[in-house]
Design a protein around this ligand. Structure first.
Ligand SMILES: Nc1ncnc2c1ncn2[C@@H]1O[C@H](COP(=O)(O)OP(=O)(O)OP(=O)(O)O)[C@@H](O)[C@H]1O
Ligand SMILES: [Mg+2]
Length: 259
């Protein structure tokens, strides 16, 4: 057992599919028996819980980061698959944790020995103090120049911190006016890791509050997302058949709070 492997799902521009990708990737890896924690670290527009049909929470990421609040059942273990989730909570005015608090949070998450921790984020960058906790990042782009350009800036930030980043092109429809993969890769400066299709299953999944992969594993999106998950499965190795040696979610959460 090693430290949790933390993947930051990011983009420079908003609304490109970070949450759709985070939730589906987490669900797929969990269904393949990996020990997965999904964190909604988007404090400006947290939507993981809504995507999963978990309702809204009074306590979640904000309270865990600030610490001192007992979350108990507020933190969710998702449905029958038992995916561990730290949902986001909407705060008005917007809650911005200090970099020190965030770093302290990641330091604890790191020690929890999850096979993989998927962090859904708000658009944009992160602080110096957080940087050392991310094992890698996914950069999500749409096949258009506004999204692709912004992401090349974000890629430079990851380079600065020597964080491995992988480009995922989302909502590829193959229209004649969308950027080609080749053109996107030229702007990014490397090959794309995956291309996920535009698929009506996503709208359906959002209205039903069920991740696309659980709604229909044979949809175009689900097949491509599973392909993406395979790259992570290879990296993470075979999951432990027995997770018995690992503490339960409640215990981990109490530890996150230092209780
Ligand atoms: N592959 C896809 N096919 C069709 N529609 C998609 C796809 N991916 C995302 N969408 C649509 O794009 C919208 C934005 O997706 P999502 O909320 O995941 O983006 P985001 O990057 O998390 O946004 P934010 O920056 O606000 O957090 C969704 O409401 C959904 O309708
Ligand atoms: Mg989002």
């Amino acid at each position: 057992m090693g430290d949790s492997y933390i993947v930051r799902v990011s983009s420079q521009k908003g609304g490109v599919g970070k949450t759709v990708i985070s939730t589906n990737l987490a669900v797929i890896l969990k269904s393949k028996n990996y020990d997965v924690l999904l964190i909604d670290a988007d404090t400006s527009n947290p939507t993981v819980a809504a995507c999963l049909g978990l309702g809204s929470y009074d306590t979640g990421y904000k309270e865990v980061v600030e610490s001192g609040v007992e979350l108990g059942n507020e933190l969710s273990s998702y449905g029958s698959i038992g995916l561990n989730i730290i949902p986001g909570t909407l705060a008005i005015p917007q809650y911005k944790p200090t970099p020190k608090k965030i770093a302290e949070f990641y330091r604890k998450v790191k020690k929890e020995n999850y096979d993989v921790v998927i962090v859904d984020t708000a658009p944009g960058s992160f602080s110096d103090l957080e940087a050392r906790f991310f094992n890698e990042a996914i950069i999500v782009t749409l096949p258009d120049i506004a999204s692709a350009k912004g992401n090349s800036n974000l890629a430079m930030v990851y380079e600065k911190y020597h964080i491995r980043h992988r480009l995922v092109i989302n909502r590829v429809a193959g229209d004649s006016f969308e950027m080609t993969q080749n053109d996107i890769e030229k702007v990014y400066g490397d090959v794309a890791y995956a291309a996920l299709p535009e698929d009506p299953i996503i709208k359906q999944s959002l209205s039903k509050h069920v991740p696309a992969y659980l709604l229909n594993q044979n949809s175009k999106f689900s097949i491509a997302a599973e392909q993406l998950s395979r790259a992570y499965q290879l990296r993470l190795g075979t999951p432990e058949a027995e997770q018995k040696n690992k503490p339960g979610f409640g215990r981990r959460i109490r530890r996150l709070f230092g209780m």
